[in-house]
Write a protein that binds this ligand. Structure first.
Ligand SMILES: [Zn+2]
Length: 406
């Protein structure tokens, strides 16, 4: 009997990965690359780095299959993590502290990025380690991509990388990317995302002394827009509220007023006013028609629109018999007793750039019975769930890579 409780090596490697401070807005890419390169070396995989923008490395490892001409499989993850409010953490967010949870008879590994999404990235590596130890050779080629900036929109990473000849040369058939931890028994499986639009609305109008009824003011124009959009918000909110069995948040369009700026002095009617909206457009609507409707509301009110962020594609990855990858994927999950809950992602991930290129992508993080803590204080993963997740990928990757029907 030993009193020293050392975790297994796959957990130790996860801790090492979690301790690297890849925190936005200045992630430690250099240390992260060194770590990934050492992992590639340990697995005997060629390691390449690409830069679409200086200082934003995209790392690629490749495990060539026996039939490298077949469309390959991408295992995608981002290495960056969101900032922390360190005072609210029970354990330092980059300590990867391993804490025993007696109630669950399991350990928690605390770290920013543990759920989102380093445990997933490390699980891909561990699954390949296991397959290699079993002496396996897979039919299709696997590519592991580690991207640097998903948490700030992917604009200097995946968004640009999908446009390069190097991306095209990967000859992808299917991509796996992140999902979300789930407190229930299911693994959540995301097959589409809402389009994130950050909309800046500005209005100009007559100004003058605040004691009069001045016509055509900037604030009146802006209020017309705000009222119409808040009505739209309320309709969507009610639609979601009244259909809990059939709709998830990804099935409706959410809309929030996130900026409001005007005014110079109490007795001066302001000449300019500005409102900012965070709109997440469900893929169930026609984006072109929705944009037209939005702009007509704004223009009718006498205001102007500017898109601070805009995404004009809402391609879904089919989850029916028309998508052979889905057939293989879902059948495998059934065979190993994994229950899936399919959903449209409420936020946005790098998968949207992959789907935009016409490549099917499934977002999944094999973390069930785990509170959803991405971007929250005290983010952690359960050790046993992480280890089960590795087993899940071992079987899934082997099945997907050896299937030649898709
Ligand atoms: Zn993420």
């Amino acid at each position: 009997m030993t009193l020293v409780d050392t975790p297994v090596e796959s957990v130790q490697r996860l801790q090492e990965f979690l301790r690297i401070r890849t925190i936005q807005p200045e992630p430690d890419h250099a240390t992260c690359l060194k770590y990934l390169e050492s992992e590639a070396k340990a697995l005997g995989l060629p390691f390449k780095t690409f830069y679409c923008v200086e200082g934003k490395p995209i790392a690629l490892m490749t495990w060539e299959g026996t039939q490298p001409d077949l469309p390959s499989i991408l295992l995608n993850s981002h290495t960056d993590v969101v900032p922390v409010y360190e005072d609210f953490w029970d354990h330092p967010p980059f300590s990867a502290a391993r804490v025993y949870d007696a109630e669950r008879d399991d350990h928690r590994i605390y770290a920013r990025g543990s759920q989102d999404m380093k445990a997933v990235g490390q699980s891909y590596l561990e699954a390949i380690r296991v397959l290699q130890a079993q002496g396996k050779r897979l039919t299709r080629t696997l590519h592991l991509l580690f991207v640097p900036d998903e948490e700030i929109g992917g604009g200097e990473g995946m968004k640009l990388f999908v446009q390069t000849p190097e991306f095209k040369a990967l000859n992808l058939g299917l991509a796996l990317d992140e999902g979300i931890a789930n407190p229930g028994e299911h693994y959540k499986l995301f097959y589409g995302e809402r389009a994130p639009w950050w909309v800046k609305v500005t209005a100009e109008g007559n100004t003058g002394h605040g004691s009069q009824f001045i016509e055509n003011t900037a604030s009146e124009k802006l209020l017309r827009v705000i009222n119409r959009l808040m009505d739209m918000r309320e309709e969507e909110r009610k639609r979601l509220l009244h259909n809990p069995d059939t709709l998830n948040i990804g099935d409706v369009t959410s809309l929030n007023l996130t900026f409001l700026k005007m005014g110079v002095q109490y007795n001066v009617v302001p000449r300019e006013a500005m409102a900012g909206f965070d709109i997440r457009v469900t893929p169930h609507v026609n984006l072109v028609a929705f944009k037209k409707e939005l702009e007509s509301i704004i223009h009718e009110a006498g205001a102007q629109v500017e898109y601070v962020q805009y995404f004009g594609d809402n391609t879904l990855t089919p989850i029916d018999a028309s998508n052979k990858w889905w057939v293989v994927f879902s059948k495998h999950c059934q065979n190993v007793g994994v229950q899936l809950e399919t959903e449209i992602f409420r936020g946005a991930t790098d998968s949207r750039y992959i789907r935009e290129m016409g490549i099917p992508a499934f977002g999944i993080s094999p973390m069930n019975h785990t509170p959803t803590l991405l971007h929250d204080h005290n983010e952690f993963v359960y050790e046993k769930i992480y280890l089960k997740g590795i087993d899940f990928y071992v079987g899934l990757i082997e099945t997907l890579a050896n299937d030649t029907t898709a």
